[in-house]
Design a protein around this ligand. Structure first.
Ligand code: PBG
Length: 323
């Protein structure tokens, strides 16, 4: 518990992306009258160049969570999509700030859009979700494994090594390089990762004063869309590196009496790693039933055979459940 006049210590990874997104939370807290400062926590994910599916899903968030549990920081800011789906009773997500555009983005040579890349073009991505959706498009693209920070990944195109890379548009936006995006990929071609573009602002469950201070940063619509997408992922028992895309939006809907009301529209896909099969479905639900809508859509995907397309990640996952 922090003393009344001490700034809130915000734990974050040290990458430019992480510092920028934690900085937006710090600035918003300060503007709301809560002095705050950033504290950098080094994580195993930053130290490794291995693909994320090898080093484990919680690798970017575990060290920041440990610092929060140890009272070295008061608040943790994570990219929401990097958090394991299992809830951790030590913490609560006190705020989901307004979400960035969740789409994936293409950065390509000569500013080509996806449909203009000739067969045989080399596209960099290490995310099974992106690789399998790209393969399923049937454009004859060659998928090349690629990790590293945004600079490194975009640099592979600038250097001519790759024809294009696919990354989260939100990450590019946060480091102010949107000018380099050749195309924001339509969700019909490429469904983003569950919770992509959203932040999770986490506090210790017992720190009611800090939770109350941070809660002012919460955006109800962002929280609802993320809740639907994450509930879907959890129900599929898939991790953040699974070939699962999901996107919820809040849209106006006309009821029988001609009145409009807001609804949550969720669509999702599960893709075979080789792109040979895609299972898609979608569902609408009430705003206050976001998680239920996600679970129901997951069950529908499982009924359609989604289990057979997903690699058995549970056994291979080095992170214990609940971490
Ligand atoms: N998996 C790493 C990761 N975690 C969050 C982002 C980008 C920002 C976001 O989605 O919130 C990225 C990079 C990427 O996927 O290109």
């Amino acid at each position: 518990m922090s003393e009344p006049h001490r700034p809130l210590r915000i734990g974050t990874r040290g990458s430019i992306l992480a510092l920028t997104q934690a900085g937006t939370v710090r600035d918003a807290l300060i503007a709301a009258g809560h002095p705050a400062e950033l504290v950098v926590v080094r994580t195993a994910g930053d130290a490794s160049a291995e693909p994320v599916e090898k080093i484990g899903v919680g690798v970017f968030t575990a060290a920041v969570r440990d610092a929060l549990a140890a009272d070295e920081v008061d608040v943790a800011v994570h990219s929401y999509k990097d958090l394991p789906t299992a809830a951790d009773p030590r913490f609560v997500i006190a705020a989901v700030p307004p979400r960035e555009d969740p789409r994936d983005a293409l950065v390509s040579r000569d500013n080509l859009v996806l449909g203009e890349l000739p067969p045989g073009s080399r596209i960099g991505t290490s995310a099974p979700r992106r690789a399998s959706q790209l393969r399923a498009l049937g454009l004859g693209l060659e998928i090349v494994p690629l990790r590293g920070n945004i600079d490194t990944r975009i640099g592979r195109v600038t250097s001519g090594e790759l024809d294009a890379v696919v990354l989260a548009r939100a990450g590019i936006a946060r480091v102010d390089r949107l000018g380099e995006v050749s195309e924001s990929l339509d969700p019909v071609q490429m469904l983003p990762a569950p919770a992509q573009g959203a932040l999770a602002v986490e506090c210790r469950s017992s720190d009611t004063d800090i939770i109350a201070a941070v809660a002012g940063q919460d955006d109800a619509d962002s929280r609802a869309t993320v809740a639907a997408e994450r509930a879907l992922l959890a129900e599929l028992e898939a991790g953040c590196t699974a070939p699962v895309g999901a996107l919820a939006v809040i849209a106006e809907s006309l009821d029988d009496d001609g009145n409009t009301h807001l609804e949550l529209f969720l669509r999702a896909c599960v893709v075979a790693l080789d792109g040979s099969e895609v299972i898609r479905s979608s569902r609408t639900g009430a705003l206050h039933k976001a998680a239920e809508t996600g679970q129901e859509l997951a069950r529908e995907l499982l009924d359609l055979g989604a289990r057979d397309l997903m690699p058995a990640t549970r056994e291979a996952d080095p992170d214990p459940p609940g971490q």
